[in-house]
Every structure is written in structure tokens, then in C-alpha cells.
Design a protein around this ligand. Structure first.
Ligand SMILES: Cc1ncc(COP(=O)(O)O)c(C=O)c1O
Length: 386
């Protein structure tokens, strides 16, 4: 086996979840998905496609109807984007891997902003890249970017910058001014940017279109920018495995080749569901986001009321990220919380060594009272500690 595969870390979130295997009574908030089923009209579109017998391969880059729908949707949130810049992928994670495969050679330097969802640093490692991490800085219960430190880390030797904002797990987002500064710097160093913007609609600050600031708002069509997106979060479609990429037009043909050798194409019935989702976006997404904001606004004050907890409200995403005073290694704490309190959280060390004392709580819960019950369990467990 390749050394870079042998060196990959096993998922620490799975390690915690395994500690609760077979226990029905655990309140699980460890994975990053809502427990609400995909809206009926989206499921119906897939069923109708299968009933029509759409069981065959499709174009590598996706159905033209879905690519057009994605271009239209993107253009409603950001400056117009042509269909020729869109590729449909089998989920956001595949979109990101395709981008990394297309851009990174073994030995290339890749800069990643951390803490971050582990897949984003594993993917360049799989390609044999040299990874340079630039950490956000904890400020009270929140995390912020030291922009100059990031810019200093990106040099002409840097092939790719990977940045996820709104960020999983911290909830941190990039401002328009930061997008402009990073883009200008990467133009000067010849560095590609891979922007993971799958949480762009899960944004709780004021905004013109119900959308976080994006690199697409400030970039030119030919900039070295690839943006990864997903149907998973904004449309409650995690299990469908559907996402997309926005890239410079000159790259799309090559992305089609890389797609061929990965998945060949996303399944047609899934893509039909994607078209329906985008047609109904104004119905689904604002409701999903309003509910998530409510979840955040229930969970955060309840957590902050615990004297040991240090937490700040996330401006985007679907996670509370917090520390527990008096407790160290969050992997050990998360395992104890599963077995002793029946509470399933993700350890911060899954996202970066510097977040080793933090815990992540996914607040995407259809039934908000589950969040309150979870906080009750945490409170009782803390009270029982010597
Ligand atoms: C930051 C980030 N990017 C991408 C994804 C990929 O989502 P999916 O593969 O379900 O589209 C996730 C999923 O949790 C995520 O947290």
C-alpha cells in the first residue's frame, strides 16, 4: 500500500461513535447531518425518474438540465456563472476530491486553514502533497483568522489553498474584505484556491441573498478558483450524494476526464431530484435555515449557562464548538460522555490538534427538545464530576 494511505488518520468521530455502538439511549449529535428526511417533492422527482426507466449512464459533467439549474441558482446568489463552468458530482466530498486530484501533484505544497472537517486535509495527503496548516485563533469561545499570517504562509511555492467558510467545525466565516485580500495575494503567487462553500446558505448574519460571502462574489471567471458545493446541507439530501463544482471554463473539459475515472457521472434519478430541489430552493432552504438558527439559539444559551462551558454563537454552519473548563483531551471526554452520560459529541481533535480541548455539537435536530435533553445530560454529568 502507498505510505500516504497508511499514514491517514482513522476518523476520531467514528472512534467516539463506536464507543456507543449498540446503545439505543445515546443522544447522538456527532455527525454533521440533520435528522430530518428530504422533502417529499424532491424524493418524488427521483421516484418518477426511476419509473420512467432512467437507469443509464449520463454525461460526465452532469445532465444539462441540472447544470443549467445550478448556473441559474448560483447566479441568483452571486454574479452570473455560465453553464460551461459547472460540473455535477456525487456529493460535496467527491467534488473536493476531484478538485484536489485535478490540481495537486505529489510533493506540491498545499496550505489549509484549520480547524477543519478532516476530509479537507486528508485529500491532499492522499495525493502525496505537503500540507501546511494555518490555524484560526481562538478568541473567547469563537475562532478568528489572522489574515496576515495566512497570507505570509502562501508563497509562490504554494500550489493550492484550501479554505472552508462557513467553517465546520468553528462556524467562522470569511468577510468580503478577506476574500478580496486572499484572492489578490493568490493571484500574485499563482496559487489556486479551493473554496469549500457547502454551508454558504447556512448563514445566520444579515445578508442580501440569505448567503454567506463567497469567493464567487469577488473573483473573475478565469481566476484560479474552484468552489465546491453540495445538496446535502441546504436541501436535507446527505444520503443522495449530490454536489457540484464551479471552476474556470478552461478547466471543465479536464474535470470531465477526472470525473470519468472516478464515478463517471452522478446517477440520473439523483440528478432529477437535484433539479427539483433547485426549483424549490426558495421553499426549502429558508425553512431549513430558519429552523437551524432556532436550534442554534436554543442550544447556545443553554450551553453558555453551564459555568464550565466557553462557547460563542456560530455565524454559519450547523455546529456549536466549545470548550469545557477543567477537562483536557476532548477525545477522552467525548468517549466518557457517550458511556457515562449517553451524549454523543465529536472531539475537537478530529478537526485539528490545536482544537484538542474542544467539542463539536451538531445542532441540526428536527426535534429541538433533543438539544435541551442533551444539555441536561451534560449538566448532570458535569455535576457528578469530582
Ligand atoms: C465542510 C464540509 N465540506 C463538504 C462536506 C461534504 O458533504 P457531502 O459530501 O455530503 O456533500 C461536508 C460534510 O459534512 C462538510 O462538513
Amino acid at each position: 500500500m502507498r505510505q500516504s494511505i497508511l499514514d491517514l488518520d482513522a476518523s476520531k468521530i467514528r472512534e467516539v461513535a463506536n464507543a456507543g455502538l449498540g446503545r439505543q439511549d445515546v443522544l447522538a449529535f456527532w455527525f454533521g447531518e440533520s435528522d430530518e428526511v428530504t422533502p417529499e417533492f424532491i424524493r418524488r422527482a427521483a421516484i418518477q425518474s426511476l419509473e420512467r426507466g432512467e437507469t443509464f449512464y449520463a454525461h460526465n459533467l452532469g445532465l444539462s438540465s441540472l447544470r443549467e439549474a445550478v448556473a441559474g441558482y448560483t447566479g441568483r446568489l452571486h454574479p452570473p456563472v455560465g453553464v460551461e463552468r459547472i460540473a455535477i458530482t456525487s456529493g460535496g466530498v467527491s467534488a473536493l476530491m476531484l478538485a484536489v486530484q485535478t490540481l495537486v501533484d505529489a510533493g506540491d505544497e498545499v496550505v489549509a486553514v484549520t480547524p477543519v472537517w478532516p476530509n479537507l486535509v486528508a485529500q491532499p495527503k492522499i495525493m502525496g502533497a505537503r500540507l501546511k496548516r494555518v490555524s484560526l485563533t481562538p478568541r473567547g469561545g469563537a475562532w478568528g483568522l489572522d489574515l496576515q499570517r495566512l497570507l505570509d504562509a502562501i508563497t509562490p511555492a504554494t500550489r493550492l489553498l484550501i479554505v472552508n467558510a462557513p467553517n465546520n467545525p468553528t462556524g467562522w466565516t470569511l468577510s468580503r474584505e478577506e476574500h478580496v485580500a486572499i484572492l489578490a495575494h493568490c493571484r500574485a503567487t499563482g496559487t489556486w484556491i479551493l473554496a469549500d462553500e457547502v454551508y454558504e446558505r447556512l448563514y445566520y448574519e444579515n445578508s442580501a441573498h440569505g448567503c454567506a460571502p463567497s469567493f464567487l462574489d469577488v473573483a473573475l471567471p478565469d481566476d484560479r478558483l474552484v468552489v465546491a458545493h453540495s445538496f446535502s446541507k441546504s436541501f436535507l439530501m446527505t444520503g443522495w450524494r449530490l454536489g457540484w463544482l464551479v471552476m474556470p471554463a478552461a478547466m471543465t473539459e479536464h474535470m470531465g476526464k477526472v470525473l470519468e475515472f472516478n464515478t463517471s457521472c452522478a446517477s440520473v434519478f439523483t440528478q432529477r431530484a437535484g433539479v427539483a430541489a433547485l426549483q424549490g430552493a426558495d421553499e426549502v432552504t429558508p425553512r431549513v435555515v430558519a429552523h437551524l438558527k432556532h436550534c442554534r439559539d436554543v442550544l447556545l444559551p443553554a450551553l453558555q449557562a453551564l459555568p464550565q462551558v466557553r462557547a460563542a454563537p456560530a455565524s454559519g454552519g450547523m455546529y456549536a464548538f466549545f470548550t469545557l473548563d477543567g477537562f483536557g483531551d476532548s477525545l477522552a471526554v467525548a468517549k466518557r460522555l457517550v458511556t457515562e452520560a449517553g451524549l454523543g459529541l465529536a472531539p475537537g481533535s478530529a478537526f485539528a490538534p490545536e482544537a484538542g480541548n474542544w467539542l463539536r455539537w451538531c445542532f441540526a435536530s428536527k426535534d429541538v427538545s433533543r438539544l435541551e435533553q442533551g444539555v441536561d445530560r451534560l449538566r448532570s454529568w458535569l455535576a457528578s464530576q469530582p
